[in-house]
Design a binder for this molecule. Sequence first.
Ligand code: GAL
Length: 341
Amino acid sequence: MSRIILSILSILVIIGCKQSDKKVGFIIPGAIWKDTEGNPINAHGGGILYDKGTYYWYGEYKKGLTWRVDYIKSWECYRTNAGGVSCYSSKDLVNWKNEGIVLPSERQDTSNDLFYGKVIERPKVIYNDKTKKYVMWLHVDSEDYSFARAGVAMSDNPTGPFAYIGSVRPYGQMSRDMTLFKDEDGRAYHVFSSESNATMYISLLDDNYLSHSDRYIRTLINLSREAPAIIRHKNKYYLVSSACSGWSPNKAMYAEADSMLGEWKMIKNPCVGRGSDTTYGTQSTYLLPIDGETGKFLFIADRWNKTNLEDSRYVWLPGKFENDTMVIQWQDQWNPIASSF
Ligand code: GAL
């Protein structure tokens, strides 16, 4: 009798262990997200690199006071000191380990692009298979956003440290909100809002990803789009962007093209349901493929808190293609890998 009870108990213990070993977790869009040490994740305007079985999340480290730059009257220039670029790693897109600041801001030299009193935004990292380097591009700016340049940094490891190389105005043009896209053939593109944010540029980077080639296009001309994020599905390319309303949310739109430097056609708002006309109170920053076959992806966005930028939240939502039409929908809580969507 007691032996039977013992065996039942041990089976229950084994099942219990198995269940607790398996980390089941959820993403709760808009909640405070904690890292594996229990601290709020600080990685805004970010992007994800998937490298050898691990996801790396790079973002803006925004710490401390938010204030409004008083001499700028034409728009609400709320800002925090630039804390550099943070990095978190994860195997499952839910549990994130803090890997620290992989590109720090500069505390002394006011002329340095990365001086903490300036602006460091929207860092993105890709891996160069030829040079075996991790390459980061980011938006560097002055506090009034008139510098409008693209900075580049490089590392031997995904968790840094990244060595800052310098900044450029590609083709002599402004570069603000930006993303990187690495295609299946290894070619990489820098996509950035230019010409006072009126027009999007897509530039093929040189083979080492450290400079711009002479191949680029101006697209979405005079449509004033920012916060670009790109994904490829089958043989089409999709570009999600926001309108220009500073830290305040607006309606996302996506455009599509047959090739990165081809003709982009604006299609429609990919978001559906309640909240879709403000992108659920967010602004896009990255699109991460989850399943290449079905085209499922992760829509990664920021819910900015303009008067307390450090407390801006992350909204990650399921995205998919229905007959080649991009669809993003709200979820209260979900798991990007385990959920079917
Ligand atoms: C947004 C942009 C953000 C940040 C902000 C400053 O439009 O997407 O990355 O630059 O403006 O107000």
